[in-house]
Design a binder for this molecule. Structure first.
Ligand code: COA
Length: 258
């Protein structure tokens, strides 16, 4: 599949999606959001792919936000539609993907860019990364789930301050805030993410899919996370991976998950 604004590569069961609009600091225009939906949909079905890394091209930006030039003249209904479609098509879609998605934040992750990173299952940043939700400086608020996910990750008070001030955090501050799990040198960013992805890829994809559902249920007000955990725990007992994982343990060998 050929993309205009993305580059997708695959190696050793790890797929890397690189957002590739460097002249616009990888800003998310409509076409890029549609391509992201397509790429994640295809990789979710791809039997060769066990983990997905999402990053931005170049060393300056992960994603510098939603493409401001596309919504500057929108009215109230168009604004709401932009947020709703974006959340459905990309941000909620990634969060609920059955395969792990790691954000490799290689520079500016601002507005929709930080929201995109926050929709991923976890985040690794280069020491050059800068993160913030500057929307109120433009007269809007985060619309791709940022008001919800930032508060979930860093707590209500810090989310309020970050959004109200529109200030950026550097990578070390972002780690202190628990917004990112690790900070590494820019040259080390992708190798480091690939190492974690490789570790994940050796585990049961079926169990990981269940874990994603159960953990996400904690943040979904329509669900009881403990009940989802019970159901998903039970479901694991019906999988080939459970048979292989437990048999391998009893036979004192490494599990070989399909
Ligand atoms: N939407 C559309 N275009 C964007 C963009 C965005 N969110 N962020 C950057 N760009 C474009 C710039 O317009 C510029 O394009 P041009 O060369 O055609 O004029 C190009 O990317 C380079 O950006 P520039 O601002 O010249 O780089 P800089 O190094 O001076 O500043 C930033 C970098 C990230 C601080 C600055 O680009 C910025 O503040 N971007 C907007 C961030 C934002 O508010 N995001 C939230 C959107 S809701």
């Amino acid at each position: 599949m050929a993309y205009t604004n993305l580059v997708v590569t695959k190696e050793n069961k790890i797929a890397t999606i690189t957002i590739n609009r460097p002249s616009k600091l990888n800003a998310l225009n409509k076409a890029t959001l549609e391509e992201l939906n397509k790429a994640f949909s295809l990789l979710e079905k791809d039997e060769e792919t066990k983990v997905i890394i999402l990053t931005g091209s170049g060393t300056k930006a992960f994603v510098a936000g939603a493409d401001i030039s596309e919504f500057a003249d929108f009215n109230v209904a168009e604004g709401a539609d932009l947020a709703r479609k974006g959340q459905e098509l990309v941000f909620n879609f990634i969060e609920n993907l059955s395969k792990p998605v790691i954000a490799a934040i290689n520079g500016f992750a601002l507005g929709g860019g930080l929201e995109l990173a926050m929709a991923c299952h976890f985040r690794i940043a280069s020491d050059t990364a800068k993160m913030g939700l500057p929307e109120v400086s433009l007269g809007v608020i985060p619309g791709y789930g940022g008001t919800q996910r930032l508060a979930q990750l860093v707590g209500k008070g810090k989310a309020m301050e970050m959004i109200m001030t529109a200030n950026m955090l550097n990578a070390v501050e972002a780690k202190e805030y628990k917004l990112v799990n690790h900070v590494v040198a820019i040259d080390e960013l992708l190798p480091f993410c690939e190492k974690i992805a490789s570790r994940i890829s050796k585990n049961s994809s079926q169990a990981i899919q269940s874990a994603i559902k159960a953990i996400n249920a904690n943040f979904d007000k329509t669900k009881n996370g403990f009940e989802v955990e019970i159901t998903e725990f039970g479901n694991c007992f019906g999988t080939d991976d459970f048979t292989e994982g437990t048999t391998a343990f009893l036979e004192k060998r490494k599990a070989n998950f399909k």
